[in-house]
Every structure is written in C-alpha cells, then in structure tokens.
Ligand binder design. Structure first.
Ligand code: NDP
Length: 284
C-alpha cells in the first residue's frame, strides 16, 4: 500500500489558525506580538523565505518588520541593528536570515540576539537548553518535523530513528528532539560508512542533506515514517532529498516537497514568536 502523505499545507494551516487565536488573545490584553527579520543583501532564495515569513505574520495578526541591510555591511553594523531590536519592546522575535555574506560572522551575530527573542532557536543558550532538556526556544524546522512525526500517532518510545545530516540548524536539533521522545537515534553524515545499513533499520528516517534523489526506496524500511527536509532545485523545480515516487511505495508515511516540512518551518516560526510574546506578558 502506498505511503500516507503527511501534508504540510493542511497541518500548517491548522497551526496558523491556532496562532491567530493566541495572537487575538494577546491583543485583547494589549500586546501585539512582533517579529523582526534582518535581511542582508539580496539573495533571491532568502527574499522568497522572508516574503513567506511576512505573509505568515500578516495572516495571523503578528506585527512584522523587515530590515534590509546592504550586502557590504560590516559586522559592527549588523550587531548594532540586532542590539537595537533587543531593546525594542514592539519586537518579541528576531531572525537573521541566513546565509550571511562571507565577510560576516554568523555565529557572532546570532550570539547577539537575546535568547528569549531568538525565535529561530539558533542561539547557543537555546541549543544548550535543547541538549539538556530545558525550556528553550526550539529550532523551527526540527520542531515542525517532529510535529509531523507525532501526527502519525505512532508510539515513538524505543523506535529506531535515523537522521541524515548533522548541521546545527537541522540535523543535530532533530536528533535531540527524537532522543527526548525516547527514540534510539543514529546521526549519519558524509563520512558515514554504508549508509544504507543504518537507514534500512529506521522506523523514522529524516533526511537533511540537500541532494535531490538522495534517499531511494532500497534505503527505506517498509512502513517507515520518512521526513524529507531537503530543499533542492532541479531544472527550476523544487524537490526534496527523497525519491518521492519510489519511496512512497515502501514507506508508511512520507512528506512531500514542496508542501511538506518547509510549510511547517514557517508555522513554527509563528508559534515561537507568539510564545515569546506570551512569555513577555507573563513576565518570565
Ligand atoms: P548542511 O549542508 O549544513 O548539512 C548537510 C548535511 O548532509 C551535512 O551534515 C553533511 O555531512 C550531510 N551529507 C552530505 N552528503 C552526505 C552523504 N553523501 N551522506 C550522508 N550525509 C551527507 O545543510 P542544512 O542542514 O542546513 O540543510 C539540509 C537541507 O535541508 C538543505 O537542502 C536545506 O536547503 C534544507 N533545509 C530545509 C528547511 C525547511 O524548512 N524545509 C530548513 C533548513 C534547511 P557532513 O556534516 O559530514 O558534511
């Protein structure tokens, strides 16, 4: 039987509806959640991501501000802008759109964001809180992917989870979230030997590599939940890492690209922003 589709469009629409209700409740109490996005330069892909984030804010009633900075800015200028937003009471979430131009130090810039306003969950404090099981802000893409995995209703206790990719923004936090769900987690990367022996054991397989057609049907266990985080462009068309047509014949559940994890990433950004505003109101 072909896999059931984990539809990011449907799931993210439900989340955005809940966010809109929470925003309305905050507004009733005199607080409008605000998200600031800093966009350095004019990378076309970043422009699209920023526009989608702005649209998500508009739809849910979150105040959004896009700050455009020139490609050639210096580190001090970027950090000064972040510090200004840290002090701004109308802004509850700050996001620096990545990647940054080569002359800028990404980690140093992210470290300047107040951890409570770090709605991307990339600050070292939030990464550390995720590692230690504390209450931090969780990175949007892994948070969205976990939501999709949970939506299958599968008991995750003791399940074999394999994450391909070990980046700080996707692979590692994804693995940590699955570990907190009591999965037995394996992280694979470019030096992993015989990748297929790992992936074929996976009840939950997450691919965050960035290569079209990377995960093929012979790498997938029958009935597995397959989460495709990859975003690739082939002949101008967006696709994931997973050979969707082949893998859907083997997997139990699968996410499409487009219309999968990407939609959830933006929904979770809105959730993180509204949560930051709620914490502010509660005086945490
Ligand atoms: P990175 O390039 O930082 O990480 C890619 C990972 O894939 C690395 O850990 C790398 O291993 C691993 N890898 C590369 N080749 C192989 C291989 N042959 N076998 C096994 N592992 C391999 O990418 P990101 O984590 O930032 O993003 C991954 C993908 O997800 C991209 O397509 C990106 O566009 C997409 N993405 C999607 C989002 C969404 O909202 N849907 C959000 C963020 C990213 P090593 O560490 O050894 O180099």
């Amino acid at each position: 039987m072909p896999a059931k589709i984990l539809d990011g469009k449907v799931m993210s629409a439900a989340i955005r509806e809940q966010v809109a209700c929470r925003v309305a409740a905050l507004k009733d109490r005199g607080l409008t959640p605000g998200l600031a996005v800093i966009l350095v330069g004019n990378d076309p892909a970043s422009e699209i991501y920023v526009r989608n984030k702005r649209n998500g804010c508009e739809e849910t009633g979150i105040y959004s501000r896009t700050i455009r900075m020139a490609e050639t800015i210096r580190q001090e200028e970027l950090e000064a802008q972040i510090e200004e937003l840290n002090r701004d009471d109308a802004i509850h979430g700050i996001l620096v759109q990545l990647p940054l131009p080569a002359q800028l130090d990404e980690q140093a810039a992210l470290a300047k964001i107040l951890p409570e306003k770090d709605v991307d969950g990339f600050h070292l404090i939030n990464a550390g809180l995720l590692m230690t099981g504390g209450k931090g802000v969780t990175a949007c893409t892994p948070k969205g992917a976990l939501h999709m995995i949970r939506s299958t209703g599968t008991d995750l206790n003791g399940k074999e989870a394999v994450v391909i990719g070990r980046s700080n923004i996707v692979g590692k936090p994804m693995a940590m979230l699955l570990l907190h769900e009591n999965c037995t987690v394996t992280i694979c990367h470019s030096r992993t030997k015989d990748l297929k022996t790992h992936t074929r054991r996976a009840d939950i397989l997450v691919s965050a590599v960035g290569r079209a057609g990377f995960v093929t049907a012979d790498m997938v266990k029958e009935g597995a939940i397959v989460i495709d985080v990859g975003i690739n462009r082939v002949d101008g068309k967006v696709c994931g890492d997973v050979d969707f047509e082949g893998v859907k014949e083997v997997a139990g559940w699968i996410t499409p690209v487009p219309g999968g994890v990407g939609k959830m990433t933006i929904a979770m950004l809105l959730v993180n922003t509204v949560e930051a505003a709620e914490r502010k109101l509660a005086g945490d």
